[in-house]
Design a protein around this ligand. Structure first.
Ligand SMILES: Nc1ncnc2c1ncn2[C@@H]1O[C@H](COP(=O)(O)OP(=O)(O)OP(=O)(O)O)[C@@H](O)[C@H]1O
Ligand SMILES: [Mg+2]
Length: 411
């Protein structure tokens, strides 16, 4: 059928044609927002899930709800190796400028700008030619300790927002990439704002290891946040994700075709979009038949192997690829760390730094102590497809020529 009319949307953070199976999460977020707006306590939330389950899409959806409720939404993505202070200053500055134009919030917004300026300067945030137009407010948020300055700065901004009648909702994607001191300071800030009854709420999203990282940074993080799990879609929702957009296009799908897509994708949202997209293109007319879905499988797998999966594999060093391949040999997982090391032909202590490097890169996580699992669904099948004749390279240092190639590749 006409690819120009294809409603499906495989991509990163791309709004799906039907946001299926997430009513509970959006409803709970809506309740939390409504409570904050009314000055009632509500927990901040960290959405946890594997790659491609729809965390970014949900954060954006909740940001829309927040805006509709009259919040000032501030959206950030935490890429690897970027400081929280650097990410926060520019959007907060824009926000305060906006508030300073409102008559009843002018003075407090200007004070907020002064505090933000002091904060930016003490944490050496290179604001380039960003103009502040106010003097730095000495003595607030400028001690140099992020754990005390970040809460003070956010309180100052939040007070200005409160005065303007629109509380702040902060959205941070990929929270697992924040450094430990940044994450700790963020948690302390949420804690302080909650204690003060400040109208503020944080919605974060990240890989499943985030819950553990937050708990390690501050033990009370467990009680401070709700951690909604964003998983694969249950059968009925996965069907809806496909049937509803088709229906809007006046297209139907045979049950056999739908079942085939569900089996292949295991209900993972990104894969559902990819399969549905290729199935649409592979079929010539409504109703879509099993044969179309079967042909699309080949296309979808090719798209994944050269895109979604491949970009992740390309970020790894040869030794790390080896580790992932050994895991894949054992199946979808999770696997015991000892078993993976055994497959690799090395001992657990030698394997440990490889494993922690992969956790940092967001490739694997530890669902529970001693276990290791892929953060990308179906990655084991991909690893076996892409390295079919694999044998462990065994103990010893990383081969020199491979190492050199890696450095060149990264420069
Ligand atoms: N509830 C849903 N129903 C149908 N499709 C969805 C749903 N949620 C997300 N998608 C689709 O899944 C894909 C991945 O979504 P998104 O980028 O939000 O995932 P993510 O969890 O943020 O992934 P990553 O961890 O890689 O950043 C997108 O193409 C999106 O349109
Ligand atoms: Mg995302």
């Amino acid at each position: 059928m006409d690819p120009k009319r294809n409603p499906f949307a495989p991509g990163a953070g791309t709004q799906p044609p039907e946001l299926a199976g997430r009513d509970k999460i959006t409803h709970d977020a809506d309740v939390a927002l409504g409570r904050v707006k009314r000055g009632r306590p509500a927990k901040s939330q960290m959405l946890l899930g594997l790659r491609g389950v729809g965390k970014t899409v949900l954060l954006n959806r909740i940001a829309e709800l927040a805006e509709r409720e009259g919040f000032q939404p501030v959206l950030l993505e935490a890429p690897e190796d970027r400081r929280l202070a650097e990410m926060l200053v520019p959007p907060l500055r824009t926000l305060l400028f906006k508030l300073s134009r409102l008559e009843h919030a002018r003075e407090i917004a200007k004070r907020g700008l002064g505090v933000l300026r002091a904060f930016a300067s003490v944490f050496k945030v290179r604001v380039g030619d960003i103009e502040f137009t106010v003097e730095a407010q000495a003595g607030t948020a400028d001690s140099g300790s992020l754990e005390s300055d970040l809460p003070e700065m956010l309180l100052a901004v939040s007070n200005a927002a409160k005065q303007s009648g629109s509380p702040i909702a902060l959205f941070i994607d990929e929270v697992q990439y924040l450094s430990e001191p940044d994450l700790a300071a963020l948690i302390v800030s949420v804690h302080r704002m909650t204690q003060r009854g400040s109208p503020f709420i944080l919605f974060g999203a990240g890989l499943p290891q985030l819950a553990g990282l937050a708990g390690e940074a501050k033990s009370y993080a467990e009680r401070l946040f709700d951690y909604p799990e964003v998983g694969p879609l249950a059968d009925e929702s996965a069907r809806e994700a496909i049937v509803m957009p088709l229906r809007r296009e006046g297209v139907t799908i045979k049950d056999e075709a739908l079942t085939l897509i569900l089996q292949q994708t295991k209900g993972y949202p990104y894969f559902l979009q990819e399969w549905a997209y290729h199935t649409w293109n592979a079929s010539s007319a409504s109703p879509i038949k099993a044969e179309d879905a079967r042909r699309a499988t080949e296309q979808a797998l090719r798209a994944l192997d050269t895109g979604f999966f491949r970009v992740r594999l390309d970020r790894l060093r040869p030794r790390e690829k080896d580790y992932m391949r050994a895991m894949a040999e054992l199946g979808p997982g999770p696997h015991r760390s000892g078993e993976i090391a055994q497959k690799l032909g090395i001992d657990v202590t030698t394997a440990a730094p490889l494993r922690s490097g992969l956790i940092k890169k967001g490739m694997v996580y530890s669902p529970q102590h001693g276990d290791t699992a892929f953060t990308v669904p179906l990655f084991d099948e991909f690893m076996r497809r892409s390295l079919p004749n694999w044998a462990p390279s065994g103990p010893g240092p990383e081969p020199r020529n491979r190492r050199r190639r890696r450095h060149r590749g990264h420069s």
